[in-house]
Ligand binder design. Structure first.
Ligand code: NAP
Length: 244
């Protein structure tokens, strides 16, 4: 049996592409969602119908009791989580002076507290069996900062710090922790951008296009795989060369 995977925010976009790729490679997969119940269940049904093993599980990753219940359900139905992909996040563009404290707190709660809570739930099992892999999804904006996305950039920088520190702490216990920092990827997260904005972002990318969710999924899969067995604490950047 291949390792069990839990992907947060797997109802669409990068999370869904990641869950599908692990399923195609033979891994049992738990697809977490918050609001988008039907797309998550539909994806799990499709995976099961094509011979894979998947389940959809609801949790707002910012809520400790919901995260605990999600891991309990995943443990009951698929066994302990061997590979955790912390992908769920929210983003909104606005001037820093227009961001109120509630929005700041909510963005940190989902993008950073969510990772803390999921790592806390996942680690005891990984520590006990002396193996496991955690992949945290950051962003190139966490590396270089984005105007009008200060809160989001701050959360994504925190993800990189968490990854590096945790990798050092749990490396001796046989657990690898890595980060993927994508560039501009064609998902609903960018649905608010105008065609002109998107063209400009594509033109600013040396590969002259936006990335696809499947291209980020392959980076995540690589880091979780045995091919990356000596890689931990690193940031892999599927960004078309936007940030080098
Ligand atoms: P997306 O299309 O907006 O999808 C976000 C996912 O996160 C959805 O499945 C959503 O689920 C889930 N989610 C949001 N809040 C949640 C919560 N509180 N609890 C549980 N799940 C929650 O985003 P995406 O573009 O695929 O982005 C995925 C990751 O890549 C994020 O970490 C993002 O920051 C990062 N990223 C994206 C880009 C990009 O250009 N798209 C670039 C760099 C990094 P529900 O709909 O069920 O609520």
């Amino acid at each position: 049996m291949k390792e069990t995977v839990l992907v947060t925010g797997a109802s669409r976009g990068i999370g869904l592409a990641t869950a599908r790729l692990f399923a195609v490679k033979g891994h049992p997969v738990a697809l977490n969602y918050h609001h988008s119940r039907e797309p998550a269940f539909e994806a799990a049904r499709e995976i099961n119908a094509s011979g894979g093993m998947a389940m959809a599980v609801k949790a707002d990753v910012s809520r400790p009791e919901e995260v605990a219940a999600m891991f309990e359900t995943a443990r009951e139905q698929l066994g302990g989580v061997d590979i955790l992909v912390n992908n769920a996040a929210i983003a909104r563009q606005s001037l820093f002076t227009d961001v109120d404290y509630d929005e700041w707190r909510r963005t940190f709660a989902v993008n950073v507290d969510g990772m803390f809570l999921c790592c806390h739930e996942a680690l005891p099992y990984m520590l006990q069996k002396h193996s496991g892999s955690i992949i945290n999804i950051s962003s190139m904006w966490g590396q270089v900062g984005a105007s009008c996305e200060t809160v989001y950039s701050a959360t994504k920088a925190a993800v990189i710090g968490l990854t590096k520190a945790l990798a050092q702490e749990v490396g001796p216990s046989g657990i690898r922790v890595n980060c993927v920092a994508p560039g501009v990827i064609d998902t609903e997260m960018n649905a608010h951008l105008t065609p002109d904005d998107l063209r400009e972002l594509a033109e600013g990318t040396p590969l002259l296009r936006l990335g696809r969710p499947e291209e980020v999924a392959r980076a995540v899969y690589f880091l979780a795989s045995d091919e990356a067995s000596f890689i931990t604490g690193q940031v892999l950047c599927p960004n078309g060369g936007y940030v080098i």
